[in-house]
Design a protein around this ligand. Structure first.
Ligand code: LLP
Length: 435
């Protein structure tokens, strides 16, 4: 069995007290200072992941732009960090767009996705001069053309296609199949392409697909690239369409469990860039700009959740429970997708005798189980449990269930912890309530 630390951030170590340390900060001290539940992001891991994606893709295909998929989790400090690292942004809502705009993120590197963008969101995007809007359906094509006309702009757009390839991941996060709420099925895409070419205020520059998330195979990317590029060739012949930008979306996997490995960034980069070059060459197409949209693979490993142990309960002969002070409100993924995590006691890392427990949250549902089967060494009230690989889609999908407060977030580096989101207060919780 590998060390449990392999799925923690890159800077993780254990100090002589037996405490877990990330970014030079003792997690037990962080929990005492900022309270729990606490989410920690390791700045070094985050920046290295950005650089790794840029490096792996651009060394194989220099004309690549990496845009971070904000839905995995974004806030203002992180948006600034991604900009500093040279990434663009994929946004899917007026909210994500506003966060980006609020930190002067260059709007020409922002790409707007979504199957049901609101008119106000589209207007805002046009007004701020967004780089590209990824059109999802015929209705949006028509609406956007008239909004662009009103705004007096010619807007660059892509069409989002569903190439009909199954990436073999969880059904809830499968998107590139024909029966999907997202995108144009290939059979309907020609009509859309003609409509887009005719739209006087839209400039069709690219094509996009996104097969799904946490994709463990490379083959689906290669197949989908072949399908979409051969369709592009046909559209060039029939309608003079020229593909300037091309995106195979995101979906790159994160290692959640120490003994279940996933493809490396290198593997995805090699599969995607070689399929793109080979297909373009054999079809006689010019090489487009490549835009990739990683979310989970950029931010997942950098994030660690800290919880404090409260109640221990033993149902003799059945199960032992360890309850912590967070749960499904800050991490819905186990309940929603059956996602599996690991965890360790941060204040006593090298424990000897291990026992099996269910690690549960404090929310009023039996399904509020963070880890159904975890080995821990004599857990006791007050212990700090650290769960790694929680950077993506945990806080982003968080809620105020049971009128709970959303956790604080710190960014750690070089022994310093910077609070990048304060813990919600009871006042925050009631701010919008009217009597
Ligand atoms: N591009 C598009 C168009 C997307 O829809 C997504 C994710 C991404 C990029 C980024 O995918 P990633 O690289 O992070 O896999 N809440 C789910 C994941 C939903 C993904 C939605 N779309 C989860 O917790 O697993």
């Amino acid at each position: 069995m590998a060390s449990p630390l392999v799925i923690f951030p890159e800077t993780t170590e254990v100090n002589p007290k037996g405490h877990l340390v990330i970014g030079g900060c003792d997690l037990v001290e962080l929990a005492a200072e900022f309270g729990t539940p606490l989410y920690i992001f390791d700045e070094t891991t985050l920046r290295r992941k950005c650089a790794q994606f840029l490096g792996e893709f651009t060394q194989r295909y220099s004309n690549t732009l990496v845009i971070y998929a904000s839905k995995a989790f974004i806030n203002r400090a992180l948006a600034r960090l991604f900009h500093e690292e040279g990434l663009g942004l994929d946004v899917v809502s007026g909210g994500e767009l506003t966060i980006a705009h609020s930190v002067d993120f260059p709007m020409d590197k922002v790409y707007f996705h979504g199957n049901n963008k609101g008119t106000e969101e589209l207007k805002q995007a046009l007004y701020w001069g967004i780089g590209c809007i990824v059109v999802d359906n015929p209705q949006e094509l028509a609406t956007l053309d008239s909004l662009a006309q009103e705004a007096g702009v010619i807007q660059d757009i892509w069409l989002r296609l569903t190439p009909g390839i199954d990436p073999h991941t969880h059904a809830y996060i499968t998107t590139g199949v024909t029966d999907s709420k997202f995108g144009f099925p290939l059979a309907a895409a020609e009509v859309a392409l003609i409509q887009a070419q005719k739209a006087a205020h839209l400039n069709l520059v690219g094509l996009h697909f996104h097969l799904g998330s946490q994709i463990l195979e490379l083959e689906p990317y290669k197949k989908a690239i072949a399908v979409v590029l051969s369709w592009t060739k046909e559209m060039r012949k029939k309608h003079g369409f020229s593909l300037k930008e091309f995106s195979p979306g995101g979906g790159f996997a994160l290692q959640y469990l120490r003994d279940v490995s996933v493809p490396a960034t290198t593997d995805y980069a090699e599969a995607i860039t070689s399929a793109l070059v080979t297909q373009c060459q054999s079809l006689g197409l010019d090489l487009p700009q490549l835009i990739v949209e990683p979310g989970r693979a950029i931010i997942g490993q950098a994030g660690v959740a800290l919880y404090q142990v409260g109640v221990l309960k033993d149902v003799p002969g059945v199960r032992k429970y360890v309850a912590v002070d967070g749960g499904m409100a800050d991490n819905i993924r186990p309940a929603l997708y059956g996602a599996q995590y690991e965890g360790i006691i941060a204040n006593r890392v090298e424990g000897a005798s291990r026992e099996r427990f269910s690690l549960v949250g404090k929310f009023c549902e039996s399904g509020d189980v963070l880890i159904s089967d975890i080995e821990l060494t004599s857990p006791a009230p007050g212990d700090i449990i650290a769960i790694p690989a929680v950077g993506a889609y945990c806080l982003a999908m968080g809620s105020n269930y049971n009128a709970s407060l959303k956790p604080a977030i710190v960014l750690v580096r070089g022994g310093k912890a910077r609070l990048i989101r304060s813990r919600e207060t009871w006042e925050d919780l009631m701010r919008h309530d009217l009597l």
